[in-house]
Ligand binder design. Structure first.
Ligand SMILES: C[S@@+](CC[C@H](N)C(=O)[O-])C[C@H]1O[C@@H](n2cnc3c(N)ncnc32)[C@H](O)[C@@H]1O
Length: 233
């Protein structure tokens, strides 16, 4: 008997089985991508293909950082002395753990969604990725803007690197709250990697930050979206 073609088999599968098959595939893809990066010699950059494999395994289209920003995060994660502050957890948290965490550099990641924090912890544990602490923090009204209620007392006194890809851009002030709330913990030479720098909200955040702090801003436009590297003078 001739075997049924794959698309025909797929149509016959119940939805639950299809979704289980997809979950199994993306989990396998994620573990394989993590393994590839784990095998890299110390200090070596993941290739673009490795980053794409990570994105496929992470399976969070629409919210995941694009490869231009992921490469920049990887470059800094390989060299920063840390510690690292991450605003908004996700694939970048895994990458930070794989490249900086493995060198003993710790990442503190702020996350406002409980189910997202749980997903992060499950993935970090399953893939045995070290030194990433995901902090569940609610979003709070501060002085004219909304931002994480950031447990200031329990986090590190200073950070060398900030991965700024949260909280969601649509809240009051978007990502602005980082500097008023954490500015004192960002010494001269510290770096902020701001994703989606071409969006109106992020451009406004950078404009406000520049009036409040001495920052060098380098904008990067790539085929895979734009981001900014801000260095505190
Ligand atoms: C832009 S995402 C952070 C992305 C992260 N840098 C990455 O590369 O995956 C910022 C926030 O969006 C929220 N988020 C992520 N995925 C989501 C989803 N599928 N649906 C709704 N919110 C999501 C989480 O709360 C997260 O902290």
């Amino acid at each position: 008997m001739k075997a049924a073609p794959i698309p025909a088999l797929k149509r016959l599968m119940p939805t639950r089985v299809k979704s289980l098959a997809k979950d199994t595939f993306v989990n396998w893809k994620l573990r394989r991508a993590v393994k590839e990066i784990n095998k890299l010699p110390a200090g070596e950059m993941p290739t673009a293909e490795m980053l794409v494999n990570l994105q496929i395994g992470w399976n969070n289209d629409g919210y995941v950082a694009r490869t231009g920003y992921l490469s920049e995060v990887a470059r800094h994660a390989l060299t920063t002395a840390g510690p690292i502050l991450e605003c908004g957890s996700g694939l970048t948290s895994l990458l930070l753990g794989l490249l900086a965490g493995k060198r003993g550099v710790k990442t503190y990641s702020l996350e406002h969604m409980a189910e997202w924090r749980d997903r992060m912890n499950t993935s970090l544990n399953r893939c045995r990725i070290p030194n990433v602490q995901v902090e569940l923090v609610s979003l709070k009204e501060h002085d004219g803007f909304t931002w994480y209620d950031a447990l200031l007392a329990t986090l590190q006194p200073q950070f060398a690197l900030v991965i700024c890809d949260g909280p969601p851009g649509h809240i009051n002030g978007g990502r602005y709250g980082l500097l008023p709330l954490f500015g004192e913990r960002l010494p001269s030479g510290s770096v902020i990697l701001l994703d989606d720098a071409d969006r109106a909200g992020e451009a406004e955040v950078m404009r406000r930050w520049q009036t409040e702090a001495d920052l060098h801003i380098a904008l990067h436009e790539t085929a895979n979206g734009s981001y900014a590297v801000l260095t505190r003078n």
